[in-house]
Unconditional design. Sequence first.
Length: 741
Amino acid sequence: MLRNAVGTFVIAAAGLVLAHVWRSYRSAGRWPAWSWPRTTELVALGITTVVVYGSVFASQDAVPATFAVVPLAVWAGLRASLPVVVGYGLATGTAVMALTLGGSGPFSTIEPSGRVMLAQALVAVLFLVSLPLALSRDENTSLVGQLSESRDRSAEQSRLLHTVITSIVDRVAVVDSDGRFVLTNPASRDLLGMTVDGVADRAEWSRRFGLFHPDGRPIPADELPLARALAGRDDVEADVLVRNAAVPEGRVLDVRARRLVGAHGTRGAVAVFRDVTSDRLRARETTQARDLFAGVLASATEQAIVATDPQGRITVFNVGAQRMLGWSEQEMLGRTPETFHDYDEVVSRAAELGVRPGFLVFVQAAARGEAETRRWTYRRRDGSSLQVRLTVTAMPGADGEPVGYIGVASDISSQLAAQAALESSEQRFRTAFTTAPMGMFIASTPSPTGRWRMLSVNPAFCRLLARTTEDVLSRGLSPSVGAGHEQAVEDALGAFQHGDPGVVTVEVGLVRPDGGEVRAVLSTSLVPATDADPPHVIALVEDVTARRAAETTLRHQALHDPLTSLANRALLHEHLTQALEVGARSGGLVGLLYLDLDGFKQVNDTAGHEAGDEVLRRIAAVLTDAVRPGDTVARLGGDEFAVVCADLTGTTGARAVADRILAALDHPVTVSAGTFTVGASIGLAVSDGDASAEQLLLDADQAMYAAKRDGRHRVRVHTGRPTRADPAAAGTAGDGPLPRR
């Protein structure tokens, strides 16, 4: 029975070794490796085994000595692997059995059946000692290897995780259940603007990093995404504004936190956050743009704003379009712009572009990224038409390709009507300018240096100057301005140098190339600047030569005696009044001689009125020659004359004039009808400015009648009031008539 048990044990041990070796190969993918230190130890074990076994089996009847091989089995079990231990046991067991059966060894003194049994028992003991030790050792070695491999794998995974977290763009932070940061990547530290060292708990998060709501309100620590995840929320996402000394401008972070669950509940939380400042800004700008676009659509009641998708289906039809065309938004959504475009115009434009009539006609340029503005004809719902200016642009998508088109149209019907009216008005003006009988020209406003130039002249102006159009345009008005009138022309044109409005009118003398003089009234006005033209001056030049000549003639006729061409009573009164006013200011005296001819009635009675008229003309010449330069000789009517002597220092000056007149009239007057003797009774009145013209005439008239009463052909001085310059003259009269020669 012992023999069978030992055999079974040995076979089982061999099978166990083979199974262990095969499992090792399958798990490792290779045969177990051998190392030199282990090999050296096994060689030492083998040598020791040979020496010990040789010593034990060399002795006879030394059964206790067999226990010396047990330590070798223990050594093999503790230091060798299971295959080696089994091999070692098989080798030593075979040796023990062979030596014992051969009659050697410590069992040789025992009967044969007992020797075999003892040998088998020894082999069994050796196996029982070494195999459990080997099995235990291999199991411990396997566990240590697995632990080491697990530790290496964990370290590798940790290194891998650290590398991944360090290299990823998203910011990652891991905290434990107390809020202490366990792991952060550089991206998160850069984004937060500082390190997480020293952050003891979640209460320090807001104070340390400057965490706020996006609207600037502080975030309580328990409302932060990581805190909410630590409180048991699985997935938490929120926007957080980070603003601290490192990032004073502030950054908006999208924070996503998730709790980390262990065997005993929440063990911490992980947060992934990214900088969405630009994204939120773009979103806000997009919202503002959308709101602005909606506001524009709602407020643009005078413009038709129509948007389409890339296929031309209408997606936006604003209030302005509804008012302009008469369709509602619900009626037009999904339809195409061809609905309200003039079909013939669309066909014509398609022919120009070389495309089929349709939506492409409107957006061909916009599809290339070019905004196009054109004039189109719209058809209203009621069939009427209107002219619009339409601008079409593309709405680009994220890839740059158009995601739609938008057209903005303005009704220009009234503008076109106004433009047509303006063109008609301009044409009428050009016609009037060209055909006007009055001279006209357009000149630039003077430059800061005072220079101006002719821009346009009409034929009447050129005829007035007797110059060609080219000559006037090139040389201007200056060659035709008469001497002494240059400044007046410059003033008329230069009045608008600073943009002053109004009309400036001056009268100037113009000289033609042949020397002929022309009187002209120059009226200038400023035409303000427009978008197309700078300011300029328009002038009317009226030829008043004939008018001025007629006015001169009429004035002369109104103020002069038609027979003698002397001043008449009106002009005498004017000059006398002026002389009195000047005398009152300067202190000078004014004398008035009042003459009535003696013997003139006989001329008319004997020779007729023609002879009388001729005598009057001769008397007028005599009087003119006798007075001083500046004195006024006037015929008051019939045979009465008067002389105004201004700027006198006394009565003697006027008396001298009267004496010269009397002396001249002493000579007979010879006319075609004969020779006649005509005298004059002269009344003299002198005023120093106290009397009026009427009073002085009355005083002189009274003195004249006194001269007639005293015998005619003499001078009498009015003695009714004394004068400042000659008080002795009061109450005196003339010395009588001069002797006739």
